[in-house]
Design a protein around this ligand. Structure first.
Ligand code: ZN
Length: 275
């Protein structure tokens, strides 16, 4: 099965000692596309370093809601410069997190807005993290409001992206009607090992609502290890577990899902210089 990992943090410190082995294991597992998103200035720089070493990897640069209050004006200026690099195919990850308020909410909103503006300015999709406390949906509702205010469901997005998704909901979490809303807005949706956790049961229905050309899977390595995945640190090679779950929910053969995932990745994250 050919696979994609639309979100794997090989730029995390936990991969520094053996990143070659992890990239090799991903290739052996069939991972043909691997997006490495930044979450602050340092991790965005590291993502660029990694795509320099392995041209099969792609980079995203941006600021995570947890780091919203920690990246200063100079750091943000550097991220804006890197966003124009041809090897950077997306902006993020960014988003909103009301579960763990590691940065105050107003800073998260300001940070999301600057990342969304950068996505529109570069024509590179925003990778969006969105989590509320268990059973709540305030962050998801706020994210939809922000996307609408920024023009992601209208003319601004069409001008910058034409038919391509202007954003990716990464590691989907939330109610079914939220999935319907983001799908109707033309966004791509990526599923991770989170779908196996208690409280995330809506994902099984959400995954059937996403058009195949906008359906992605990911590990969010080193986090969110799926059941049966590596113990401790999650790795891109484990994305097959979530891809098999997607195939089962949609009643598809595994090979069918694999090639659809690669196509969806290439539609969502087109390269300036084709592969
Ligand atoms: Zn992430």
């Amino acid at each position: 099965m050919r696979l994609v990992d639309s979100h794997g943090h090989l730029n995390a410190d936990r991969f520094d000692a053996d990143v070659e082995l992890v990239v090799g294991a991903a290739r052996l597992a069939g991972v043909a596309r691997l997006m490495v998103p930044g979450w602050n200035e340092r991790s965005s720089a590291r993502a660029l370093e990694l795509v320099g070493r392995w041209p099969r990897l792609d980079a995203a640069v941006g600021v995570h809601p947890h780091d919203a209050a920690k990246v200063d004006a100079d750091g943000w200026r550097r991220i804006e410069d890197w966003a124009r690099d041809d090897r950077v195919l997306a902006i993020g990850e960014t988003g909103l997190d009301s579960d763990r308020l590691f940065s105050p909410w107003p800073d998260q909103l300001d940070n999301l807005r600057r990342n969304l503006a950068l996505a529109l300015a570069t024509g590179k999709p925003a990778i969006l993290h969105c989590r509320s406390r268990a059973g709540e949906r305030d962050a998801q509702d706020a994210l939809v409001d922000e996307l609408r205010a920024a023009g992601f469901d209208g003319a601004a997005a069409r001008e910058a992206f034409e038919d391509r998704p202007p954003a990716v909901i990464h590691s989907f979490s939330g109610p079914v009607d939220y999935a319907e809303t983001v799908v109707a807005m033309g966004l791509a949706v990526s599923f991770s090992g989170l779908v196996f956790r208690r409280g995330e049961e809506a994902s099984a229905e959400a995954v059937t609502l996403v058009p195949r050309e906008r359906l992605l899977v990911e590990t969010d390595a080193p986090f969110l290890t799926p059941p049966g995945g590596p113990r401790g640190r999650n790795e891109p090679s484990a994305v097959a577990i979530t891809a098999r779950w997607v195939a089962a929910q949609r009643g598809l053969a595994e090979e069918e899902v694999g090639s659809a995932l690669v196509e969806a990745y290439d539609v969502t994250f087109p390269r300036v210089h084709p592969r």
